[in-house]
Design a protein around this ligand. Structure first.
Ligand code: ADP
Ligand code: MG
Length: 347
C-alpha cells in the first residue's frame, strides 16, 4: 500500500457573492494524521473539503498533496476517498456493487476487485452483507458501506463530512471509535468534519476550529481545551466562564465593576485581555473568590452543576464533585480559583 499523503492548504479563498466561505485558510495535515475540523454551521467546513476534493475551485490559494500542486486537477484524478453526511450509496446496487464501483472506474481486474471488496467489507465488519441493498441496512451499516467504498481503492486521503450526523448518539459513538481504529490501522491521512465538539475531542490528534471562513486555532485537543486562542474557541469547545478586562501590574486583571483576579500569566499592564475559567476548575480556595446566590443547581451524577450570581452581577457556572448535599437554590455558595487555573487570552 502506498504511504499516506501529506496535505497542505496555502491561503485558500472561496467567495459566494458577498459570503466569504473560505477567507484565507492555511493548514497542514501530516501523513497518517486525523485532523478534525470543528466549527458551527456555515463556517466553511464543507467548502474546505470540496476544495480539497476538487469539487470547488478556489478563487485564490493552493492545495498541495505531498508537495505537488493539485489545485487544478479534476476530482477523479485526485485519488481521494470521501464520505458525506447523507449516505450517497447507489440505492439500486448491492453492497458488493457499491464498494466495487471505485475499482471498476479504475479498470481494476475482476479477481482483484472481488478480493479487495471482500477484504474491505471485513475491515468495516460487514462480511456477509454483500448481496443486500442499501435499503435493507440500518443507518450505521449504510455509513460503513460508504466508508468501505471510500477506502477500497487505497486513496491517498480520506475526507469525512459529518458522516455520523444522522445517527443516534449511541451508534455515533460506536462509529467514532470504529473510524479511529480503521484510520490508525491504515495510517490514512484523514480530515473529519464535525460541528460536535465532543466528537472532535474523541477522534482527533489535532483539531482546527473554524469560524466565518477562517481557522481560529489549530492545536492538540488538550491545547484547544486548556489554552484556547480566542473567546470564540473558548466558548465553542466545552463549558466556559469568559470575562473581559484589563491587565494591571503583577498578574492582576481588572474586570468590569472593578473586580480583580490574580492570574499566573504575566501580561503587559494596560492590555485588554480575555479570561477563561472552566467550570470544573473552581475549588474551595479563598483566592479569587466568587460568592453568590445559587440560581440553579443540577445533580449530574458525577458532578453538581451550579449557576451563581454574585452581588457585583457576575453570572458564573461552577461544577463541583457531587459529594454531600446538592446546594439549595436561593442559598449562598462561595468558590475560588487558583491563579494558574485561569487561562488568559489576547483579545
Ligand atoms: P459548513 O459546512 O461549515 O456548514 P459551508 O462550507 O457549507 O459551511 O458554507 C459556508 C458558507 O458559504 C455559508 O454561508 C454558505 O451559505 C455559503 N455557500 C456554500 N456553498 C455555496 C454555494 N454553492 N452557493 C452560495 N453560497 C454557498
Ligand atoms: Mg457542511
Amino acid at each position: 500500500m502506498a504511504p499516506s499523503a501529506e496535505l497542505r492548504l496555502e491561503s485558500v479563498f472561496r467567495r459566494f457573492g458577498e459570503v466569504r466561505a473560505l477567507d484565507g485558510v492555511s493548514l497542514a495535515v501530516e501523513s497518517g494524521e486525523l485532523l478534525t475540523i470543528l466549527g458551527p454551521s456555515g463556517s466553511g467546513k464543507t467548502t474546505l473539503l470540496k476544495v480539497v476534493a476538487g469539487f470547488e475551485k478556489p478563487d485564490g490559494g493552493r492545495v498541495l498533496v505531498d508537495g505537488q500542486d493539485i489545485t487544478s486537477l479534476p476530482p477523479a484524478k485526485r485519488d481521494i476517498g470521501m464520505v458525506f453526511q447523507n449516505y450517497a450509496l447507489f440505492p439500486h446496487l448491492t453492497v458488493r456493487q457499491n464498494v466495487a464501483f471505485p475499482l471498476e472506474m479504475r479498470n481494476v481486474a475482476r479477481p482483484e476487485i472481488d478480493k479487495r471488496v471482500g477484504e474491505t467489507l471485513a475491515l468495516v465488519e460487514l462480511a456477509g452483507y454483500d448481496e443486500r441493498l442499501p435499503r435493507q441496512l440500518s443507518g450505521g451499516q449504510q455509513q460503513r458501506v460508504a466508508l468501505a467504498r471510500a477506502i477500497v481503492f487505497n486513496p491517498r486521503l480520506l475526507l469525512l463530512d459529518e458522516p455520523f450526523g444522522a445517527l443516534d448518539r449511541k451508534l455515533r459513538e460506536t462509529m467514532q471509535l470504529e473510524v479511529r481504529r480503521l484510520q490508525r490501522r491504515l495510517a490514512l491521512t484523514t480530515i473529519f468534519i464535525t460541528h460536535d465538539q465532543e466528537e472532535a475531542l474523541v477522534l482527533s490528534d489535532r483539531i482546527a476550529v473554524m469560524n466565518k471562513g477562517t481557522i481560529q486555532q489549530i492545536a492538540t485537543t488538550t491545547e484547544i481545551y486548556e489554552r484556547p486562542a480566542s473567546g470564540f474557541v473558548a466558548d465553542f469547545v466545552g463549558e466556559s466562564n469568559i470575562f473581559y478586562g484589563t491587565a494591571g501590574a503583577d498578574g492582576v486583571v481588572t474586570l468590569a465593576g472593578g473586580r480583580t483576579l490574580n492570574v499566573a500569566r504575566k501580561v503587559p499592564a494596560g492590555k485588554n485581555v480575555g479570561v477563561l475559567v472552566r467550570p470544573e476548575r473552581f475549588s474551595n480556595t479563598a483566592i479569587n473568590a466568587f460568592e453568590g446566590e445559587v440560581i440553579e443547581a443540577v445533580y449530574l451524577g458525577s458532578s453538581f452543576k451550579i449557576r451563581l450570581k454574585t452581588a457585583d452581577d457576575f453570572a458564573v457556572i461552577v461544577r463541583l464533585p457531587a459529594r454531600g448535599k446538592l446546594p439549595a437554590v436561593g442559598g449562598r455558595v462561595s468558590v475560588g480559583i487558583e491563579p494558574d487555573e485561569i487561562h488568559v487570552f489576547d483579545v
